[in-house]
Design a protein around this ligand. Structure first.
Ligand code: HDE
Length: 721
């Protein structure tokens, strides 16, 4: 029975895979009439594959017997030894295979962006965009394409905490019906350097100190700020990273950017320049720094947990995929160079055009096989998308391919399930470590007659081949120099700072004070102040005060009052999906209010977590397992007020562990800018926490309050902070 089930599963696996057997490369065969390479519509296409084709059946077949990797039935709980108390034998192939495989379970973590989380989803095009690009996934309204996104931090190791202050990776793969297209972007629209050759310098400066390997996943150290102050092209990105964009509330609450200017090409060879953005349809939100630090300790998995749980609950996060569309002639039109990745094109100058919507709707089934093994490449472009001469982009075209060779240990990493395109691959590349196919073509070269010339060369006009913008040209003297059009690196950080709300500016300055006050070198501190002063005298003064240092003279030659729009790390939330409200109560309080609140908040996809000293029916968590980091808002049950007074009372102190925790949750929640409310009497709780009733973000509700008022007011509070 078990055996026939396994055979049936294997047969299904073979049928689903394109060649009758997944391991056969059928380049010898004519492309079938419905070959995706010659189709542009979104009709049912049986040859489009999915990662489902690669599910390891044995993991879900609980009736099967254990086998070795050679398929031999085995038992593996005791090693083979010479006598009960004797040494293990070299002969024990079961032991050796199991331990050998375990020893090799890890692949090198990513040199940067090692810590991350990902999910599968769907992209839906809003329209037929063939007027601007030949990209097939944008060729018709409602056309759907599978995607996988991996979010990450940059500096930390794979086991580091999610909520460290950092730029965040936002890498998107479109499994298009004309091959894979990757936008390997970040949640900040600019980058630290203008030429890829400086990347190792940047990363060596930001990573932990070579002798102590301290600090992990943090830029608050001398070498990072030494680099930032010596390489002022980094200032713009630094300002973004020091704002709330560096400490996001969740992956769902941030935007993604392609950063570089890309080229779009139409079928007839017309080109446009574009900058890509994925705009969060949840809205944007960030954590306060102290909150982010607590979170790093209390829940290192905070962001991956939020993403995983939201998708598990069916609260699918969405982004609008947008482009700023510009002409070739615009390259120097805006007062900076579009090839310079340290610049944004302000949205008030060139608005974004929404091209489609991206929804994440499925968690990975296996973190390693999918999220860890996905290997993005900037060079993964499809027909209709082309590069520009941005020197950072050009360098990345080498780095990503090279890094995958290192991680995989050979050139066949594209054969891993998560990397395989959903369309068949036909070429004459052969062999290499971990080759997963058995190529049948005995004429693996071009041109050939022995295989009737297959696989044929795909060109612009035949086979929908990729092509490069026909008007692109290159020439010039050989130079090692930064383009003079990249010279102004101070105006845009100032534009960014000017455009933040005062509270966001304060946040940024506090971040700079936190980081720079941990520097040991006075020379570095001085250099930092010199650079900050070129962006803003105000910022330099406020940071210098913390450092106890003198401020350089204001230098008006650098300053301007321009502002732009939509660069804020926060703003009104567009959805409350997946947010959590903590309800602090006691075991003796009536559960009616909690239940009513749970239902009312549930209607807007917000979870109410009921907290009491001990677990019981209707209680979700104990105080001992709760902290304010878990909630986006905190509501106190007025009937549980004695819990707040209890921090000083010995008689109730022993009632639960740890003493004073309810008050700590309320106070932290308030200090970290979360809406807080009391249902019923607020005197004891608010008094003990030093919270003023009626202050912004502080709500008091009568017991009999209409639940929808509570929800509305909390929602308003969530929007404010
Ligand atoms: Fe990366 N970057 N990068 N980077 N990057 C990597 O590739 C590199 C840059 C970005 O979730 C590595 O597969 C160079 C800009 C993301 O798997 C590596 C330069 C942007 C990810 C690499 C840059 C990014 C990476 C490490 C300077 C935003 C994670 C592992 C020219 C537009 C992708 C890997 C994932 C990962 C090199 C600059 C984003 C070493 C040389 C600019 C989101 O190849």
């Amino acid at each position: 029975m078990a055996r026939s089930k396994t055979l049936a599963a294997f047969a299904a696996f073979c049928y689903l895979a394109h060649a009758g057997c997944p391991y056969m490369d059928d380049s010898t065969v004519d492309p079938p009439a419905n070959h995706p390479m010659v189709r542009r519509d979104n009709a049912e296409n049986p040859s489009l594959r999915s990662t489902d084709d690669f599910m390891a059946q044995y993991e879900v077949n609980d009736t099967a017997y254990l086998t070795s990797n050679a398929g031999v039935p085995i038992e593996d709980q005791e090693s083979l030894s010479a006598g009960e108390r004797g040494p293990t034998l070299l002969e024990d192939f079961i032991f050796r295979e199991k331990i050998m495989h375990f020893d090799h379970e890890r692949v090198p973590e990513r040199a940067v962006h090692a810590r991350g989380a990902g999910a599968h989803g769907t992209f839906t095009s809003y329209a037929d965009w063939s007027n601007i690009t030949a990209a097939s996934f944008l060729s018709m309204p409602e056309k759907q394409t599978d995607v996988f996104i991996r979010f990450s931090t940059v500096a930390g190791s794979r086991g580091s905490a999610d909520t460290v202050r950092d730029v965040h990776g936002f890498a998107v793969r479109f499994f298009s019906d004309e091959g894979n297209f990757d936008i390997v972007g970040n949640n900040i629209p600019v980058f630290f350097i203008q030429d890829a050759i400086k990347f190792p310098d940047l990363i060596h400066a930001v990573k932990p100190s070579p002798n102590s390997e301290i600090p992990q996943a943090a830029t608050a150290h001398d070498s990072a700020w030494d680099f930032f102050s010596q390489q002022p092209s980094s200032l713009h990105t630094l300002f973004w990273a020091m704002s709330g964009h560096g400490t996001i509330r969740s992956y769902r609450h941030t935007d993604g950017f392609g950063v570089h200017t890309f080229r779009l090409l139409t079928d007839d060879g017309k080109t446009k320049l574009v900058k890509f953005r994925f705009r969060s349809l949840q809205g944007k939100a960030s954590l306060l720094w102290e909150e982010a630090q607590f979170t790093a300790g209390l829940d290192a998995d905070f962001h991956r947990r939020d993403l995983f749980e939201s998708i598990q609950k069916g609260l699918y996060p969405e982004w609008e995929f947008e482009a700023q569309i510009m002409e070739e002639g615009d390259q120097l039109r805006f007062g900076f160079d579009l090839l310079d990745p340290t610049k944004i094109v302000p949205e008030d100058i060139v608005p974004y055009t929404p091209l489609g919507k991206l929804t994440l709707n499925r968690n990975p089934r296996n973190y390693f096989a999918e999220t860890e093994q996905i290997m993005f490449q900037v060079g993964h472009v499809v027909r209709g998308i082309d590069f520009t001469e941005d020197p950072l982009l050009q360098g990345r075209l080498f780095s990503y391919l090279d890094t995958q060779l290192n991680r995989h240990g050979g050139p066949n990493f594209e054969q891993l399930p998560i990397n395989q395109p959903r369309v068949p691959v036909h070429n004459n590349q052969r062999d290499g470590a971990a080759q997963m196919y058995i190529p049948l073509n005995t004429a693996p070269y071009s041109p050939n007659t022995l295989n009737d010339g297959y696989p044929k060369q795909a060109t612009k006009n035949q086979g929908r081949g990729f092509f490069t913008g026909p008007d692109r040209s290159a020439g010039g003297r050989l130079v090692r120099a930064v383009s003079s059009t990249f010279a102004d690196v101070w105006s845009q950080p100032r534009l960014f700072f000017n455009s933040l709300a005062p509270v966001e500016q304060q946040f940024l300055i506090q971040a700079m004070c936190f980081e720079s006050s941990q520097l040991r070198s006075d020379v570095v501190k001085k250099n930092v102040l010199i650079q900050l002063n070129r962006v803003s005298h105000d910022v330099a003064v406020r940071v210098a005060e913390t450092l106890g240092m003198t401020v350089p003279e204001a230098d008006d030659t650098y300053y301007h009052d321009n502002t732009t729009i939509n660069i804020s790390p926060g703003g009104p939330l567009l959805k409350l999906d997946g947010l959590k409200v903590g309800y602090l109560t006691s075991n003796s309080a009536s559960s009616d209010t909690a239940q009513a609140l749970k239902t009312a908040l549930g209607d807007v996809n917000v979870d109410l977590v009921v907290v009491a000293p001990t677990l019981a029916a209707g209680i979700d968590q104990t105080y001992s397992a709760t902290s304010a980091i878990q909630f986006d808002a905190v509501i106190v049950d007025g009937n549980a007020e004695k819990l707040f007074a209890s921090s000083t009372s010995n008689s109730t102190r022993s009632a639960f562990y740890p003493a004073g925790r309810p008050l700590q949750i309320l106070r932290n929640g308030y200090d970290w800018g979360k809406p807080v409310g009391v249902i019923g009497s607020s005197t004891t709780a608010f008094g003990a926490a030093g919270i003023q009733a009626g202050a912004p973000g502080v709500y008091g509700f009568a017991v009999a309050s209409d639940m929808s008022t509570i929800v509305d007011q909390l929602a308003e509070g969530l929007h404010t902070f």
